[in-house]
Design a protein around this ligand. Structure first.
Ligand code: ADP
Ligand code: MG
Length: 445
């Protein structure tokens, strides 16, 4: 995709001087992963003006040159290490929070990623515990700490959580948080500008080095070499190093000496979260977004996205955006729409879904589908709900916990109770049994 900031600026110069004035001293970076353009401006006033008055106009022009779904973020330019030559950047890993809430001297620290909004489950328990220990006593517990796992599973979140924890509890700690790509790029620039000594001084005089996506080292021998020496120097001084990667050290294509450095510390992997953790993460995200999302919708999303937490979050945001846009309630139908947007490979994998069962049962008993997820207790509703749970248990492979979630966040013991009750009724009540079989036939149609 082509993205040329200069030609966009030229266009403004010719057509919209007001915008151009405020953009003249800006630079822009395209973050391909996030499909976002980050515009860096010289002052808070620039930011305010552009955000309040001109953002739509800029977005329109940017979209015309890039794509329709791109978003914009305007940030204040941070002074680089040397004022004359602003530090070059190639990727932006995370979009920073407003400046007032973040430590200025740690520009890449993302204050949104914290321990208190990180949901712990079996899949990440060890990585979380190790990170917490390191954050509480850098250089004294696990050193280095190496966290690895698949895309979108929380590695970057943990890395920044360590940074935030240390910053809040030991603000005097000299720390650097960076990505390996940025490290590499800075190194190349330093070599080009004969500033290698500055670069060395910067990286070798800190107490804590947090470096994301170490697999990038596979791409550059110069960076590997430099990183190796940085590593040794810090390590020998008992300074803490934390690295993340998409694979285990032994599976990286790196020199043995570097791999064995990583292996000398502690290696923590993050696996894909189970259903309950996924629901808990969604609940946490909904809370952060200040939205009440029904349990059955959370369960629906968690059921259909089981490998990538980032996708869980973006699907939830999409659902909320859709419901605002269309002024409708948040339902599983809406979730289905959002899933089709965020997850191109989304398909309904199950022949008989809970949705379908709930619709047929509600119709049969002449009640609303929502009643099945409610806490209403009138006999006919309670029975319909229990039958629907029983049928779901028998016709699908959802677990008791999952079924409970789908029926309005009920406990698995409630589901168990429903199943036992219906089982008994089928055995003892002929009339009930006939009705039940009729219902199952309808569902299977
Ligand atoms: P990675 O670096 O492993 O690719 P990230 O750390 O960027 O993944 O996580 C992707 C998204 O998922 C982020 O928004 C992050 O906050 C969220 N996330 C990941 N794991 C958790 C968790 N255990 N609890 C809450 N949010 C999480
Ligand atoms: Mg990451």
């Amino acid at each position: 995709m082509s993205f040329e900031w200069n030609s966009i600026l030229e266009k403004f110069k010719a057509e919209s001087a007001n915008v151009h004035v405020w953009l003249e001293k800006s630079s822009a970076f395209f973050d391909e992963d996030a499909n976002r353009i980050l515009i860096e401006v010289p002052s808070a006033l620039h930011k305010k003006n552009l955000s309040e008055k001109y953002i739509d106009e800029i977005l329109k022009t940017v979209k015309a040159q890039t794509n329709d779904s791109i978003s914009l973020s305007i940030e204040i330019k941070k002074p680089g290490p040397s004022k004359k030559e602003p530090e070059p950047k190639i990727t932006i890993q995370q979009i920073p929070l407003p400046l007032d809430s973040k430590p200025d001297h740690i520009p890449y620290l993302n204050t949104r990623f914290r321990f208190d909004n990180f949901i712990v489950g079996d899949a990440n328990r060890f990585a979380h515990a190790a990170s917490k220990a390191v954050a509480e006593a850098p250089g004294q517990t696990y050193n280095p700490l190496f966290i690895y796992g698949g895309v979108g599973l929380g590695k970057t979140h943990l890395l920044h959580a360590i940074g935030n924890h240390v910053f809040e509890n030991n603000p005097q700690t000299k720390m650097l948080i960076t990505t390996t790509e940025k490290f590499m790029f800075e190194l190349i620039t330093a070599i080009k500008d004969s500033k290698r000594e500055d670069f060395k001084a910067k990286y070798r005089t800190i107490d804590l080095l947090l470096v994301d996506d170490i697999e990038y080292l596979q791409k550059s021998e110069a960076a590997r070499e430099e990183f190796f020496h940085t590593f040794n120097e810090l390590y020998n001084l008992n300074k803490q190093i934390v690295a993340t990667s998409d694979s285990a050290p032994q599976d990286l294509n790196l020199e043995d000496r570097l791999k064995s450095r990583f292996a000398a510390g502690i290696i923590a992997d993050i696996q894909t979260p189970n259903f309950e953790t996924r629901v808990a993460i969604l609940k946490q995200k909904a809370k952060e977004l200040n939205k009440v999302v029904p349990d059955n919708v959370l369960a629906y999303i968690a059921e259909h996205i089981d490998t990538n937490i980032r996708l869980l979050g973006s699907t939830l945001s999409t659902i909320i955006a859709l419901s605002l846009q269309m002024q409708t309630e948040i339902t599983t139908d809406l979730a289905k729409q959002a899933l089709k947007m965020t997850n191109p490979s989304f398909e309904i994998q199950r022949k008989i879904g809970i949705d379908h069962i709930q619709h047929v049962v509600a119709d049969y008993f002449n009640i609303k589908v929502q009643d099945l997820s409610s806490r209403k207790r009138p006999e006919n509703i309670a029975t319909a709900r229990q039958i629907a749970m029983y049928i779901t248990r028998n016709l699908t492979d959802y677990s008791l916990v999952q079924i409970g979630q789908y029926f309005g966040g009920k406990d698995h013991t409630t589901v168990m109770h429903a199943i036992n009750k219906i089982e008994k009724l089928i055995k003892t009540d002929e009339k009930f049994k006939t009705q039940f079989e009729e219902l199952v036939t309808r569902i299977k149609k």
